[in-house]
Design a protein around this ligand. Structure first.
Ligand code: PNW
Length: 479
């Protein structure tokens, strides 16, 4: 029996998708196997001083060799969907030209294992591992990269399209462009506001061209995944209904345009917000935007993938210099909060997710919503064969309650994928920050489901969340 008596659980919609997400460079390792070419993350992680403790993704979770065991583990956890990314340099080592058989074979086997385990594969085509050869020709600042990505899309879809229904083009173009080209804390490590805007535009163009290819090839569901960040004043963190001053509202709107609408509006409305165009003009011009680009970018898509971790908290502060990650953010102060934080130092604000989902379904009603990432790094306590991560469970519980509230308010949320399936290479933080619901011992490669994974399995099994008062032993537990 399930605990479905009214009031005992927060039931999610019947066909709600429950799963977990990863990305190729963060888990695969096997950096030189199967004819894989170097990506910008190989170059970056092997550059001294770039990654905490000099960590690299050379071995990572060795998932390339352990994928079959990993799929078995996913099945044991009851996952209905698994979101992974395809490493472009495994398929086209120099970013162009014919596909490498070993690379395609790997993803082919992975997809078959998933389907045999009744887990739906959700494929991300770009999760930051650009072939280094393309970076040598300008990377995402070069318009041609977008066309190379369309070719890559076609190759991957030709091989996997008969079995993969859901396709995500680009993961988090804000992070790729701003952290990679704007401030240089991610690969390729460049630091120029003008380049970041160019790169962002070409990433959007790549999304549009890729979506066209997928549509023409008959893909069932096409998505763009964005790191969407509710922007709020310090007062709104604890009281979402608070009405900010006119100055604070302007600050919130400007940052919302830079981090969210710079991507949402071209993809879903075919235009850049005016404040973004004005800032782009100041930062080096808008010549990279050609006639027809916005039509290409504005492809009909089925799903918007939402990666939510933490809000952005700002207020007006005349005289404050611009924050390098937000060109044009003069006179805005980026503020801390009193909310508890994760090991990343990110404030934990579950209501940010309900706000975000409600706002998206109001402002962009034509697209379905899917949480493609939500999760947290904590300093987990390993105790024998258990990993106690009550903080992570509480984090997910809070965010699932928030997601449920948004659904009740009418948001068209189709599913929820936790970040991440297992501890992995957390980019600039290396292996020091653990986001997994499964613990990984990076010496032995042993996987150990954390308490949060066991809790998540129950959530999936019941298609819902127990209310506080359902915490007492359930019918099953006492039966
Ligand atoms: C996302 N930020 O990255 C990525 O999609 C994942 O690959 C990553 O592991 C996860 O979130 C956790 O970090 C982000 O600094 C990295 O704003 C950095 C930021 C946002 C998202």
């Amino acid at each position: 029996t399930t605990i479905s008596a009214k009031g005992e659980t927060l039931a999610f919609p019947q066909d709600f998708v429950w799963g977990a997400a990863t990305a190729a460079y963060q888990i695969e390792g096997a950096a030189r196997d199967g004819g894989r070419g170097p990506s910008i993350w190989d170059t970056f992680s092997h550059t001294p001083g770039r990654i905490a403790d000099g960590h690299t993704g050379d071995v990572a979770c060795d998932h390339y060799h352990r994928y079959a065991d990993d799929v078995r583990m996913m099945a044991e956890l009851g996952l209905g969907a698994y979101r992974f990314s395809v490493a472009w340099p495994r398929i086209q080592p120099s970013g162009a030209g014919p596909a490498v058989a070993d690379g395609l074979d790997f993803y082919d086997r992975l997809v078959d294992e998933l389907l045999a385990a009744d887990i739906s594969p959700y494929v991300t085509l770009y999760h930051w591992d650009l072939p280094q050869a393309l970076e040598d020709r300008g990377g995402w600042t070069n318009r041609d990269t977008a066309y190379r990505f369309a070719d890559f899309t076609r190759i991957v879809h030709d091989r996997l399209g008969d079995r993969v229904g859901t396709w995500m083009t680009i993961n988090e173009p804000w992070v790729s462009s701003v952290l990679g080209y704007g401030i240089g804390i991610h690969a390729p490590g460049r630091a120029s506001a003008a380049e970041a805007f160019r790169a962002a535009h070409h990433l959007l163009l790549a999304h549009g061209l890729s979506a066209q290819v997928l549509r023409d090839a008959g893909a069932r569901e096409i998505a763009l995944t964005l790191n969407l960040t509710p922007v709020m004043t310090p007062g709104q963190v604890s009281d979402p209904d608070l009405v900010p001053s006119a100055e604070d509202s302007e600050a919130v709107n400007r940052i919302d345009c830079l981090i969210n609408r710079q991507f949402l509006d071209p993809a879903l409305r075919g235009k850049y917000p005016d404040p973004v165009l004005a800032i782009m003009e100041r930062m080096g011009g808008v010549d990279h935007i050609r006639d027809g680009d916005l039509e290409t970018i504005n492809q009909p898509i089925d799903l918007l993938g939402i990666n939510y971790y933490t809000p952005c908290v700002v207020r007006s502060e005349p005289g404050e210099p611009a924050n390098a990650a937000y060109p044009g953010s003069e006179d805005i102060l980026f503020s801390g909060t009193h909310a508890p934080t994760t090991a990343m130092g990110w404030a934990i604000v579950p209501t940010g997710l309900s706000q975000l989902l409600t706002r998206l379904s109001r402002d962009y009603p034509e697209v379905g919503l899917l949480v493609t990432e939500n999760g947290a790094a904590f300093n987990d306590v390993v105790a024998g064969d258990r990993v106690h991560d009550a903080d992570r469970t509480a984090f997910f519980e809070g965010h699932l309650r928030a997601a449920h509230a948004a659904i009740e308010a009418g948001a068209d949320l189709r599913g929820f994928l936790v970040w991440s399936l297992m501890d992995n290479f957390e980019w600039a933080e290396g292996y020091n920050k653990r986001f997994g619901i499964v613990h990984v011992d990076f010496e032995t490669q042993q996987r150990l489901p954390k308490d949060s994974a066991l809790w998540y399995r129950e959530v999936i099994r019941h298609n819902g969340l127990h209310r506080e008062r359902a915490r007492r032993p359930t019918l099953e537990a006492v039966a």
